[in-house]
Design a protein around this ligand. Structure first.
Ligand SMILES: [Fe+2]
Ligand SMILES: [Fe+2]
Length: 219
């Protein structure tokens, strides 16, 4: 299979699983707890730190200049998202300055991504798949904000954050076309994408069970 064909196939596979992450039909009845924009933005801060740090760790451990600069761009964007979300939280009356989203440690998806050793797996998991998840989740979050009457947060996500996450996914797509050129690299990429989706589903299910969260934005 050519890299082009492989990426198209992986995309189709990802999209079919991502339909399951659209929770309305299956998960809504289980929702409990306080679900509001402020609490979801606190979850978003943690996601943005984790995405910033993963991209930064990977950029110093690759010699591939194209990959290095793609990760640098992504790290900068995720840090920008953090600052904008913290600013929005302040407007909502929350003291984001003295809040440390990673005080209780990093999440399981971060641990998995941090353990990946090859560039093809990293790009398949961290950019091509994680960012595809982000696009779906952010679309849901924008709708949630609109239903909650929070236009400012919806606009921040629609105009800035969501287009950036979409761009990160496109970076993943173009890098994967360059890297997934052999049966071996394609197999590594396929497994990394599948594991990332599994973890995202598990995380979503446990966030729902423990905190009633099912609209947390992605990164
Ligand atoms: Fe991103
Ligand atoms: Fe982000």
């Amino acid at each position: 299979m050519t890299a082009e064909e492989f990426v198209a196939e992986l995309d189709a596979r990802n999209q079919s699983v991502l339909k399951r992450l659209e929770p309305e039909a299956t998960l809504t009845p289980e929702v409990s707890g306080s679900l509001n924009v402020m609490n979801l933005l606190k979850v978003a801060l943690k996601n943005e730190i984790e995405a910033t740090e993963i991209a930064s760790r990977w950029l110093v451990t690759t010699d591939d200049v194209t990959v290095k600069m793609a990760l640098a761009r992504q790290a900068g964007d995720e840090a920008k998202h953090y600052r904008m979300i913290a600013g929005r939280l302040s407007e909502l009356g929350f003291d984001a300055e003295s809040f440390n989203p990673i005080a209780s440690g990093y999440g399981p998806l971060f641990g998995y991504l941090d353990g990946l050793r090859t560039t093809v797996e990293r790009v398949a998991a961290g950019q091509f798949t994680r960012e595809a998840i982000a696009v779906v989740k952010n679309r849901q979050f924008i709708e949630f904000c609109e239903r909650a009457g929070d236009r400012a947060t919806a606009t921040l996500y629609r105009d800035v954050i969501e287009p950036d996450e979409r761009f990160h996914q496109e970076l993943g797509r173009s890098l994967l076309r360059r890297l997934a050129t052999t049966p071996e690299t394609q197999d590594l990429a396929r497994r990394a994408a599948a594991r990332t989706l599994d973890l995202a589903e598990e995380l979503q299910a446990s966030a729902l069970k423990t905190a009633g969260i099912h609209h947390a934005p992605g990164c």
